[in-house]
Design a protein around this ligand. Sequence first.
Ligand SMILES: [Zn+2]
Length: 304
Amino acid sequence: MNTPLPQSASSQDSGNFFDFLVSCIDPRFTALHTRHMLQLGREGRYSDFSIAGGALAAISHQNPSWPVTLWENLALSMQIHGVNRLVFLGHEDCAAVKQWAQAQPNLRHLPELEWHNAIFTSATAEAQRRFPNLNIQCRVIFLSGDVLHCNCGPANTAQPTSSRMALPASAAIPSSDRQGFVEFIKAAMRSRNTLIRDERRALAIGVTEYGLSASEAREVFFAHTVAHDALPQEKLTDEVTAFLRMRATKQGVVRKADIELAIALVRRRAETSLSRAEADRLVREMMLRENLRPRRLTDMLLGG
Ligand SMILES: [Zn+2]
């Protein structure tokens, strides 16, 4: 394998990211993975997803459930933890990658690093189709512990998070995908599909099968489902807070439409019936705790 270029990992990093690390299960590397992330100062700032072959799982035809599992877990972690960057971490001498490459006539004679690059390009394209606003990084770690930062391929055109530059999720998604998921939710409601009672599962379908971002799927879900089982207060607060965080810009600004959605959600899912004013107050309190604020006219003029 080629010698990795010396690279200062910390120079590529920033405290604004919460990472979703996808790495292999090879036991020779588990401690190295952790050390790598700690060296980047990522302690408590990343979710860890290990699966045989790492990024290879995202494009696995051999194990069709693996990509679904990966995307579902990523979508959940985006909702729950505020993940905004996906990190594919390949490793030297990966048995799963080698086995896959040997079955690719155009790749099998190339150096190992080229195998990783091919996987990164395909996996990145798959991730971006589903999560257009997600930042993506691709790296390979060596037995020595050195880490090479790779190009994720032509599909990775997302700019590192300047939320002012980023398209709102709804603008980046073809309306046909959104409409497809709306129809799915409506049909499921009509047929009393029990699946739809499992909110997480429904959201995962929006993400994996209709190519929506997690927040987009959530928005559609909330807008098109009727009374659900009530949530205990604490869980309801967690859910709504996660939604507000997700919809907020990096500056902590939340659009009026999203605040309205949050208020509607509180009223729909609360254990006791709440007036609009009460729900409004609860949402304002959640926003205050999270340092979030409604969008003002000046934000709009500044493009926030
Ligand atoms: Zn491996």
